[in-house]
Design a binder for this molecule. Structure first.
Ligand code: BTN
Length: 252
């Protein structure tokens, strides 16, 4: 089914069930079946994917599972910033639509009081004859889960909007709010650069000031002191030396 909504001018391809909305968006781009901008959403995913090759639990109707395919008008070195742009857009949409004070954990997880609410998985796709790459941004948000709806291994670390607000969340309404927010923050980023996004991101952040474990599995801890003008995480080791990381998960 196709529909259009608000300031978001792209088509939305909706499925009852699909392997992964990211995988479907990639197939559509590679086959030339659709041109950016468009979104793919499903009520359930049979092979939902997370970052670091993890699975993303995608039971019917419990979560919002959506992927946005777009082709940002920015220089190649700015492209990775799209994940931080999306995190800001998603946090703002959830705050407005659901009245939940969600925060961003670098680079693009949404958290509520120390528990994970949503994740973002970005991938780049080159279409035949294209001069710029397309980007697929997959977003998974826990909507209407009760405690027992989460797989056991994430039960103590995940949270849903229903658990936060006590209300059943209207999936289609939140998707429309999310696409609207994504559209306007992406426009702002393309027009004015990363500085405004960085400011908004820092206002929503729950990582700066925390001692975190690094993604290198060494068990080393470092203090997060900020994010750079390019979106890297800035940290300080025990000797006070500053360093940055551009990707990977840090553990709070
Ligand atoms: C993470 O590991 O935090 C990222 C999770 C991203 C999950 C979403 S759900 C919609 C889209 N389709 C997928 O297969 N993954 C993303």
């Amino acid at each position: 089914m196709e529909q259009t909504t608000g300031a978001w001018q792209g088509k939305i391809y909706s499925y009852q069930s699909i392997d992964s909305t990211n995988a479907e968006a990639a197939r559509m781009l590679r086959d030339g079946a659709a041109q950016p901008d468009f979104a793919v959403t499903a009520r359930a995913q049979t092979a939902g994917r997370g970052r670091m090759e993890r699975a993303w639990s995608s039971e019917p109707n419990l979560g919002l599972y959506a992927s946005i395919a777009c082709q940002p008008h920015v220089a190649a070195e700015q492209l990775p910033q799209i994940t931080l742009v999306t995190a800001v857009a998603a946090a703002k949409a959830i705050r407005k639509f659901c009245h939940a004070d969600v925060a961003i954990k670098w680079p693009n997880d949404l958290y509520y009081q120390g528990k994970k609410l949503a994740g973002i998985l970005t991938q780049t796709v080159w279409q035949a004859n294209a001069s710029r790459p397309a980007v697929i941004i997959g977003i998974g948000i826990n909507l209407n889960h009760g405690l027992d709806d989460f797989p056991e291994e994430i039960r103590s670390t995940a949270v849903s909007l229903k658990q936060i607000t006590g209300a059943t969340i209207d999936r289609d309404g939140l998707l429309a709010a999310l696409l609207h927010s994504f559209h306007s923050w992406r426009e702002q980023w393309q027009r004015d650069g990363f500085a405004t996004i960085r400011r908004e991101w820092l206002a929503l952040d729950c990582t700066v000031g925390k001692k975190v474990s690094l993604p290198d599995s060494s068990g080393t801890k470092a203090l997060v002191t900020g994010i750079s003008e390019y979106g890297e995480l800035v940290l300080e080791d025990v000797t006070g030396k500053q360093f940055t990381i551009i990707e990977g998960d840090v553990v709070l």
